[in-house]
Each structure stands twice: as structure tokens, then as C-alpha cells.
Design a binder for this molecule. Structure first.
Ligand code: ADP
Ligand code: MG
Length: 355
């Protein structure tokens, strides 16, 4: 990562909502970088602050939300300081977003061809004809069959999966530098989900676009992401390469997420779920927000928020278990299995490097 040019650098981002009952601290000190051509997955349960983070990058926060601290540097410029007018130039053209529900992202009264072409004409001075040609090219890229004919169709004449393909075409048509996909497959059924993930993967390989891939499902990121950030109650609790987070996880919350997705067929029939629910963001506990659900918690977790401890140059996790002198704990069996695989692969890589 360190040697890849960063297109997006988020530093200590804090976002709050004012609501009748008080202040909802939705994002609390989030920092990460997105490299050129890289895909970073942001993973966490519902309500953990994924969409709020995504919307802040797009300058699309609701009126009752406020960035109380931090910066969002896009190629060196702080988007937090930009006016709405300046953001309109960036949105769609430099940074675009794919939302969860394809139906609400499309205009039901406009043909698909015109919609894709319009989003290009909004940012680039080109003729309608040229825009339609480019729209056709994009619809073919995203795998719409008989694209030329179907450009004249309306959204309701497309299936859910095809509508999401159209939304992806719209997100890509201006050749943005960053695409933010916020749960792009969550509203689709499982087989269509797989097809859309396959499509996004193909696009990543073809284009040099950077992707921020947001999902509540750690199971879908292994094939698509380069790095993973795990977010809990508005904080990044673990961040690392896909290999590090999936096979050498350090945070008990990541352990919980991984225990619900076994890598090997085991005889354990029980589907694991992390007991309890995420905290109320209106009244967060003083220490680690995961403390009440963490069976590995220590006394300090109740009192003090753990900082991000460094595991490797690319891997960090916010758990007191990594503090010097912390007790050794035995992670869940699934995590032990994963760590063994991690060690084996590291040994193999070492052997092939030195032979
Ligand atoms: P998710 O990770 O599921 O995308 P969100 O980013 O949408 O979560 O929400 C993060 C937190 O911000 C949640 O606690 C949610 O209740 C709160 N939140 C989101 N939108 C609003 C809003 N418009 N007003 C008040 N609180 C909000
Ligand atoms: Mg969301």
C-alpha cells in the first residue's frame, strides 16, 4: 500500500447527527487511505457507519448531519471544505456511487439509453449522439444483452440484476477515479449477487478505478477486495490486507464475523452469530464499544478505548489484547484454523522466495 499513490486519504473523520434525543455519533475517528486502482472493502453490521462515511465522501450527508472533525483528501484537496457547487463537479464525474437499491437510483420515466447518456452529458460537453454511442458501449461493458435495442426500454422492463448493471454503467460512464459501491448486491437474490460481483471484479481488472466496496457481509469480499477495514460503532477496529484480516484476524469482533463463515466443511452444524446487538450510538460506553459483547474483554475495555495497535506494516487492530503484557487468549476454533493456514502459506511463500 505504502508504495501505491493514494487517491483518497481520510483522516480522523467524525460525523454526528443532531436528533431530538441528542447527538448520534455515527462516525468516530475513521482514518484510511485508498490507493490508485485499489479496492478497499468496508465491512460491518448494519448501523456501524458505513453509508454515512460513504455519503460524506460524496458530499451527500443529510441536513442534520455534521462533520465535526477530520478531513477527506481527494488527490490532496479536502472535500470537507468544498461547497455544494464544487461537489457537484466532483460527484458523478470524479467520484461516483452505486447504491443498494437499483430501482430508486433510476428514473422510471426515462429510457435506459437516455439515462446513461444524460449522466455523461451532465459533466462532459459532447453531443447527444456521441453520448448515446458511449452509453451503448458502457451497457455492453456491463453485460446488458441486446444493448442497442434495449437502450430504448424503461427501467421496469429490466430485471433487478440488469437494473443494477445499468446503475453500474451510469457510475462508470465518466471514467471516475473512485467508485463507491454501497451494498451493491444486498437487494438482489443470491445467484444475481454472484453475477454482479463477478461483473465488478471484471471491471476492476479492466479499468484503473479505485473502489470502496461497502458490505455487511464479510463473505463476499475475499474475491473482490485488496484490503479490508472492519468497522464497529463508527470506528475502524481492524484494517489490513484481505489475507491478514481473513486469515490472521486480531480483533474479537472480526473473530465473531469470521466464526459465522467457516472456511472448511466442519461437523459444526451450529450457525454462529455474535451475541447481543451493536450499541446505541446516542449513548456510547466510555471504553471499547464492543466491550459488552466481547467474551475476551478485560477490565480496561470498559474504561478506555483501545488505540489501533500495529500488527504488520499493513495490518492494525484496535484491541487491548494486542497491548504489551496482555494475556494470551484462545480464539474461536474457526480463527485458529485460519491462522494455521496463514502460517502455512507464509512458510510456503518464504520457502519459494529463498529457494
Ligand atoms: P450502515 O453501516 O448500516 O450503513 P449508517 O451509516 O447508515 O449505517 O448509520 C450509522 C449510524 O448513523 C446509525 O446509528 C444510524 O442510526 C445513524 N444515522 C444514519 N442516518 C441518520 C439520520 N438521518 N439521522 C440520525 N441518525 C442517523
Ligand atoms: Mg448502509
Amino acid at each position: 500500500m505504502a508504495d501505491i499513490e493514494s487517491v483518497l486519504t481520510i483522516e480522523n473523520l467524525n460525523i454526528s447527527f443532531s436528533v431530538f434525543a441528542g447527538e448520534v455519533k455515527a462516525v468516530r475517528g475513521v482514518s484510511f487511505q485508498l490507493g490508485k486502482g485499489e479496492t478497499l472493502a468496508i465491512v460491518g453490521e448494519s448501523g456501524s457507519g458505513k453509508s454515512v462515511t460513504a455519503r460524506s465522501i460524496m458530499g451527500l450527508l443529510p441536513n442534520n448531519a455534521k462533520i465535526t472533525n477530520g478531513s477527506i483528501l481527494f488527490k490532496g484537496e479536502d472535500l470537507v471544505q468544498k461547497s455544494e457547487k464544487e461537489m457537484q463537479k466532483i460527484r458523478g464525474e470524479k467520484i461516483s456511487m452505486i447504491f443498494q437499491d437499483p430501482m430508486t437510483s433510476l428514473d422510471p420515466t426515462m429510457t435506459i439509453g437516455n439515462q446513461v447518456a444524460e449522466s455523461l452529458r451532465l459533466h462532459k460537453k459532447i453531443s447527444r449522439r456521441e453520448a448515446l454511442t458511449k452509453a451503448l458501449e458502457l451497457l455492453e461493458l456491463v453485460g446488458i444483452p441486446e444493448a442497442e435495442k434495449r437502450m430504448k426500454y424503461f427501467p421496469h422492463q429490466f430485471s433487478g440484476g440488469q437494473r443494477q448493471r445499468v446503475v453500474i454503467a451510469i457510475a462508470l460512464i465518466c471514467s471516475p477515479e473512485i467508485v463507491i459501491a454501497d451494498e451493491p448486491t444486498t437487494a438482489l437474490d443470491v445467484t444475481v449477487q454472484a453475477q454482479i460481483l463477478e461483473l465488478l471484479k471484471g471491471i476492476q481488472n479492466k479499468l484503473a478505478t479505485s473502489f470502496l466496496f461497502i458490505t455487511h457481509n464479510l463473505g463476499v469480499v475475499a474475491n473482490i477486495a485488496d484490503r479490508i477495514a472492519v468497522i464497529y460503532a463508527g470506528r475502524i477496529v481492524e484494517i489490513g490486507t484481505v489475507e491478514e484480516v481473513l486469515f490472521n484476524p486480531q480483533h474479537p469482533y472480526t473473530w465473531g464475523l469470521l466464526s459465522s463463515m467457516p472456511i472448511q466443511n466442519t461437523n459444526e452444524k451450529r450457525i454462529f452469530a455474535i451475541p447481543g446487538t451493536p450499541p446505541d450510538t446516542l449513548s456510547l460506553p466510555p471504553g471499547d464499544a464492543f466491550y459488552p459483547r466481547n467474551k475476551y474483554a478485560m477490565k480496561i475495555d470498559a474504561r478506555q478505548m483501545p488505540p489501533l495497535f500495529r500488527v504488520s506494516p499493513t495490518h492494525m487492530a484496535a484491541t487491548w489484547l494486542l497491548a504489551p503484557g496482555a494475556p494470551e487468549v484462545t480464539p474461536p476454533a474457526e480463527v485458529i484454523r485460519r491462522r494455521e493456514l496463514f502460517k502455512e502459506r507464509a512458510a510456503q511463500a518464504h520457502a519459494s522466495n529463498t529457494s
